[in-house]
Design a protein. Structure first.
Length: 179
């Protein structure tokens, strides 16, 4: 297995096919998780129209019981996913597909993990509603990808403060809207 530092960091212009790729993969994941799944959301940069992004589809299934997800690891592997457990976030189950040239990330949360679920959805919805912020984020990601083409940690560190700032604004924006 390769180290995460060897991951290719590529940022591209928005691709309308990302929505279709989400839909195809969401169907496969629904079939694997069966009655355990409550909903599944397209999150991350590929879910925001016109946002430059790494061409990796982020999916966020919401399940009844997070501990039951562990029983699906072999079925997720059958559809190409590497299961990595919580992978640094308590209460999450994380899967990735595509090896060094990743194509999909799956972040599974239990329905009552409102903090994590709301954080992801608020961030996505804020960027969808604030094209100026989405544009600035895309420009930052494109610059960081040029600066750190083989260093995902450097890329992630470079956007960390921007993301945390927008995330905070997004959560406040969501509260003001009464959501």
């Amino acid at each position: 297995m390769s180290s995460s530092r060897e991951v290719n960091v590529v940022v591209t212009n928005y691709d309308e096919n990302w929505v279709k790729l989400f839909t195809i993969e969401a169907k496969k994941i629904r079939e694997v998780l069966g009655n355990e799944i409550i909903d599944i959301h397209h999150i991350g940069s590929t879910s925001v129209p016109n946002l430059k992004a790494k061409p990796i589809i982020d999916l966020m299934p919401i399940v009844k019981n997070i501990n039951q997800v562990d029983h699906f690891n072999s079925k997720m592997a059958e559809i190409g996913y590497e299961g990595l457990g919580e992978f640094g976030l308590e209460g999450r189950r994380y899967f990735r597909k595509g090896g060094v040239n990743r194509t999909h990330h799956v972040h599974i949360y239990q329905y009552d993990n409102e903090e994590q679920i709301n954080r992801h959805l608020a961030f996505r919805n804020y960027l969808r509603s604030h094209s100026d912020v989405a544009f600035a984020y895309g420009e930052l990601k494109e610059r960081l990808a040029r600066e750190f083409p083989k260093d995902i940690e450097g890329y992630m560190d470079g956007k960390d403060s921007f993301v945390k700032n927008v995330e905070h604004k997004a959560i406040e924006w969501k509260k003001l809207r009464g959501e």
